[in-house]
Ligand binder design. Structure first.
Ligand SMILES: [Cu+2]
Length: 227
C-alpha cells in the first residue's frame, strides 16, 4: 500500500511540468507598447496553478473608473466605491465587439451616492460568473467607461503602460498566449509560445490601436455638480 502511494506520488511529480516566469510584451499596430492589455496564457500541462483573483475593488474617482481595466478570475466579487462628492451609477454588463453591452436588459445597475466629507463612501458589489470582458458605464456621465476582464485561465495579468505583463508559475513547454484590450475591434489569433525552463520573454504584435486617452476630468476641486 505504502509503496503504491509513493509510486503514484512519483508519477504525479513526473507528469507535472516545471513552472517558470513568462514576460509578455504587447505591442500595438504601430509597434509601440500597448498599455492596459490583458494577457491570458493557456497550458494543458498538469501541475500547480496560481490561485485566481477572487476579489477586486474599483473606485469611481474624478469621473473615472479606477483602475480603468481590472482582471479577475471566474466567480470574483467586484466591489465599487464612489469617492466623488456627487452620485454615480455603476452599469455593469457583458461587453461585445465594438465596445457595447451585449444585452442591456441583462445589465446590473446601481446608483452610488456622492461621498459626504470623509465619510465611508457608498459601495456595492457584484459576483461575475461569466468569463470574458465586462463593460462599466454611468448614466449620468456618458464619458465614464471602465472594463473588467473575467479570466477563464489562472494565468492572467494586466499589462502596464510599458506593455509588459509578468506571468508567474507558467508550466514549462508549449502554451498559448491570448491578448484582450478594451479598444480592440476583433479577437486576435492566439500566439504559440514555448516556455523555457528558466523562464523567458516574448513579444506579441497586435493590430490594436488604443483610443486616445481622454483628457483629465475638469473636477479636480471635487465641486462638479454631477449633471
Ligand atoms: Cu457618473
Amino acid at each position: 500500500m505504502r509503496a503504491t502511494l509513493i509510486a503514484s506520488a512519483l508519477l504525479a511529480a513526473a507528469a507535472a511540468a516545471h513552472a517558470a516566469d513568462l514576460t509578455v510584451t504587447v505591442l500595438d499596430r504601430s509597434g509601440k507598447p500597448l498599455a492596459d492589455a490583458v494577457v491570458l496564457v493557456d497550458s494543458s500541462a498538469q501541475g500547480a496553478r496560481p490561485a485566481p483573483v477572487l476579489e477586486a475593488t474599483i473606485a469611481q474617482e474624478k469621473l473615472k473608473f479606477v483602475p480603468a481595466v481590472t482582471v479577475v478570475g471566474l466567480g470574483a466579487k467586484v466591489s465599487f466605491s464612489n469617492l466623488d462628492s456627487w452620485d454615480h451609477h455603476v452599469i455593469l454588463g457583458v461587453m461585445g465587439a465594438g465596445g457595447v453591452f451585449v444585452d442591456p436588459g441583462q445589465n446590473t445597475q446601481f446608483r452610488l451616492a456622492g461621498r459626504i466629507g470623509s465619510k465611508t463612501p457608498a459601495s456595492d458589489s457584484k459576483v461575475l460568473a461569466q468569463p470574458g470582458p465586462y463593460l462599466l458605464a454611468c448614466h449620468i456621465h456618458s464619458s465614464m467607461r471602465g472594463h473588467v476582464y473575467v479570466a477563464d485561465t489562472p494565468w492572467a495579468k494586466l499589462g502596464g503602460e510599458d506593455g509588459k505583463a509578468l506571468l508567474n508559475g507558467v508550466p514549462e513547454g508549449p502554451v498559448r498566449v491570448r491578448i484582450w484590450h478594451p479598444d480592440q475591434i476583433l479577437d486576435g489569433a492566439p500566439t504559440a509560445v514555448q516556455v523555457a525552463a528558466g523562464g523567458n520573454a516574448v513579444t506579441v504584435n497586435t493590430q490594436i490601436v488604443a483610443a486616445r486617452k481622454k483628457r483629465a476630468a475638469p473636477a479636480a476641486d471635487n465641486s462638479y455638480p454631477g449633471l
